[in-house]
Design a protein around this ligand. Structure first.
Ligand code: F1P
Length: 346
């Protein structure tokens, strides 16, 4: 899927090779803490990274908006590793956060798309995602490729730190290698997803809910919708709904729920019931064959069964497609949304 800033990152049936990141592997493996800084969509990828690093590598992770981090006085130690994620590699806030952490002795790892951009030049090592030139301003391929790299790193670190035993490590790699085929499968539902977009294109507000590693996917789904269609959208951890957003729910509110089968499944089913009890419209992204949610939700979008660690990579796809079609149907320019720039360099 790409190469590190100085070598290839790849995956085969049983192993992950992290190319040039190998140089900083001892630092990463022994890190007391990983800080991930990013902005926008890249920040959502960072949040997925937090869940995966903590779950599989058992390293404490802090995710920070670079735009906040750079202006406060954070505690940074020499045994911290700071991972900077940026599609453009030029985001001024992310660059400033790196420079600050570097001065304080932290090891800096980058995950960037644009080869030779400013952020890679300030890092000790890193990965180019080679997600191709994004024609549009809003990140889509960048998100999935950033999450893929973070997933590979989490598995690799888990292996090296002894928190992932052999069998599970192999199973997780196998799951990752199946992702491209599963995404192709989801894309076959494009017409069905377009019909859902048609139903909700005139909404003025929307809610996105997810739990665990799918919470950041809810944030990303909401961001995609607001960025390109200008519909107000909020992403929330599903369990937080009762602490406020539930007040917004009525028959005009589409609620997108990430509800694939994982350890939070029972809880997410009850969140869907809570929304339905208030007449909200539920569009649920579910595991293929799920009959329980089919009976509750207004629409279900099925994704192939997968291990929960790779669910972000699959479940974000239908949300990106819904946003795309809603924006097109509202006559918005999806490639060049108003007020947004591809690289935010100031
Ligand atoms: C961060 C970002 C993008 C967003 C838009 C503005 O950019 O917020 O996520 O889609 O392009 O910038 P980057 O640091 O990932 O290049």
């Amino acid at each position: 899927i790409g190469d590190t800033f100085r070598g290839r990152i790849s995956i085969d049936k049983t192993k992950i090779f992290l190319g040039g990141i190998i140089d900083v592997m001892p630092k990463l493996t022994q890190a007391k803490r990983i800080i991930i800084v990013a902005c926008g969509t890249s920040w959502h990828a960072a949040m997925v990274g937090e869940y995966l690093f903590e779950e599989y590598a058992r390293i404490p992770v802090e995710v920070e908006y670079a735009s906040e981090f750079r202006y406060r006085n954070p505690v940074i130690n020499a045994d911290d590793v700071l991972i900077a994620i940026s599609q453009s590699g030029e985001t001024a806030d992310t660059l400033a956060a790196i420079k600050m952490a570097k001065k304080q002795g932290a090891t800096i790892v980058g995950i960037c798309n644009v080869v030779g951009s400013s952020i890679p030049r300030e890092t000790h090592a890193g990965v180019y995602t080679h997600a191709g030139p994004e024609i549009g301003v809003a990140s889509t391929k960048a998100f999935t490729s950033q999450v893929t790299v973070l997933t590979m790193m989490a598995f690799m670190l888990g292996r090296k730190r002894g928190s992932l035993y052999d069998e599970l490590y192999k199973q997780l790699i196998q799951e990752l290698t199946l992702v491209p085929e599963k995404i192709k499968h989801i894309l076959r539902s494009e017409q069905y997803i377009k019909d859902i977009a048609e139903t909700y294109k005139d909404a003025s507000n929307s809610l996105y809910l997810g739990r665990g590693v799918l919470f950041p996917v809810a944030l990303e789904g909401a961001l995609k919708l607001k960025e390109i269609s200008y519909i107000h959208a909020e992403g929330y951890p599903a369990a937080e709904m009762k602490h406020g957003p539930i007040a917004l729910i009525d028959e005009n509110m589409p609620v997108f729920v990430l509800a694939t089968k994982d350890k939070s499944y029972e809880k997410i089913v009850s969140n869907i019931q809570e929304v339905k009890a208030r007449n909200g419209k539920v569009i649920a992204v579910v595991t293929e064959g799920d009959q329980t949610i089919k009976k509750l939700a207004d629409h279900v979008i099925e994704v192939p069964d997968c291990h929960e660690s790779v669910a972000p990579l699959l479940t974000v796809i239908p949300l990106q497609i819904v946003s795309y079609y809603i924006a097109v149907m509202r006559g918005c320019n999806v490639d060049q949304p108003r007020n947004l720039a591809k690289s935010v360099t100031v």
